[in-house]
Design a protein around this ligand. Structure first.
Ligand code: NAD
Ligand code: GLY
Length: 371
């Protein structure tokens, strides 16, 4: 196997600081040297999905074999619909039945659904117990496992109940991505492309030069890509943990239209990261429309998305007015004006509130054209 460096970085939050560890073959390394130091209590639960349990749970559980740890797996059915109040309360019961005490831990082992659900359970069970994130989708590794956002959906909308609760560590092993279905991989790439547009030329050039290796899942390049994304996310979290200063909000680049598309498709017809990628195309057109982005930069962005087979156009049946109405109800509406992250250049995102509905509709119509 090609050797893959272990990348380590810190999310700097004073007493709540924690490491993000990225690499390949992490579970097999020297009797749990990567994972076990972060499991402080001796009793815990691993919360995972049916699919991840079937593919990878044995390997994680083997870490604890022959040790003093007592770890109980809790397996949740797959799907966004299980990020629900019913699953949450059944989780609390199973955590209690497993004998989990105040000094125990929750290990979230799966994609963003598991991370959000298990994160919220850890944040609230006995007023908060230790949480470790071991993400297994690309989306969770580059985004959702880092930064402490968690929560569940309500029947009336997504992510309406939740908290900020930082994990003790995030351990991202690219080996898990070998079993990830391609559509889930591309969904994660939507978030990766978002980071590249936020970070600027170096990251965009890295993606332009390495796209074939990334698409071929070269573990060394994937680990490098995860490191770049995680560093950016860690930096934004350290500067604005609770999304109150207009800094962390920049990470919502592409998400306002993305969320509206997900809602228009009733959260089943389109994957989160794919909707974000469409949102990035929309953001680029809107930034040109409002005069902040040059046409050359627009073409570079569209070219980048095409390299990753994400040169997507919004389906013709989706109506701009419908999406505008959904966006107007979005959480990012403050004092009646829609707050969107736009681009001044690649690498220069900014929060903009002065966007007219006509500019939005014009940009939206451009997203329907084939790239
Ligand atoms: P997901 O968690 O639903 O995972 C997708 C599917 O892949 C699931 O069926 C899962 O069981 C399976 N899977 C996971 N790892 C696998 C592997 N290694 N091999 C094979 N199959 C595997 O989807 P996701 O895209 O990871 O996460 C989406 C969720 O994340 C949404 O609920 C979204 O709201 C949330 N999210 C949260 C944040 C945050 O900051 N907290 C950010 C972005 C998204
Ligand atoms: N996914 C954006 C954030 O964590 O703030």
């Amino acid at each position: 196997m090609k050797s893959v460096n272990i990348h380590k970085l810190t999310v700097s939050l004073g007493a709540k600081s924690y490491p993000v560890i990225i690499g390949s073959g992490l579970i097999k390394r020297n009797e749990g040297e990567v994972h076990l130091p972060h499991f402080k209590g001796r009793q815990g639960v691993i919360i995972t999905s049916e699919t991840v349990a079937g593919l990878h749970l044995d390997r994680l559980q083997d870490l604890f074999a022959g040790t003093e740890y007592k770890v109980t797996p809790i397996v949740i059915a797959d799907g966004e619909q299980y990020k629900s109040q019913e699953t949450l309360f059944s989780l609390y019961q199973q955590m209690y039945d497993a004998g989990l005490q105040r000094d125990g831990f929750v290990c979230a082992f799966g994609g963003g659904v598991i991370g959000d659900l298990a994160g919220f359970a850890a944040a609230t069970y006995m007023r908060g117990i230790d949480l470790l994130q071991v993400p297994t989708t690309l989306l969770a590794q580059v985004d959702s496992a880092i930064g402490g956002k968690n929560g569940i959906n309500l029947p009336v909308g997504k992510n309406l109940v939740g908290s900020f609760y930082q994990p003790r560590a995030v351990i991202s092993d690219v080996d898990f991505l070998e079993t990830l279905p391609e559509d889930e991989f591309f969904s994660g790439m939507g978030e990766v492309l978002k980071y590249a547009l936020i970070a600027g030329d170096d990251f965009v050039t890295f993606l332009e030069m390495n796209y074939q290796e990334i698409l071929a899942h070269n573990p060394k390049i994937l680990a490098g890509m995860l490191h770049l994304c995680s560093r950016i996310k860690a930096d934004f979290i350290a500067r604005d943990e609770l999304e109150q200063l207009g800094v962390r909000a920049i990470l919502n680049l592409g998400h306002t239209l993305g969320h509206a598309l997900e809602k228009a498709y009733a959260y089943t017809g389109i994957k989160h990261g794919v909707a974000v990628a469409m949102g990035l195309v929309f953001t680029a057109y809107l930034s040109v429309e409002t005069g902040s982005l040059s046409d050359d930069e627009l073409q570079r962005i569209l070219g980048l998305l095409q390299l990753f087979k994400m040169g997507l156009s919004v389906p013709a049946e989706v109506q701009g007015e419908e999406l505008l109405a959904i966006m107007a109800r979005d959480k990012k509406v403050a004092a009646d004006s829609l707050k969107m992250v736009l681009l001044r250049n690649i690498g220069q995102p900014f929060l903009c509130t002065e966007i007219s509905p006509d500019q939005m509709l014009a940009a939206f119509e451009k997203c329907k054209q084939p790239l």
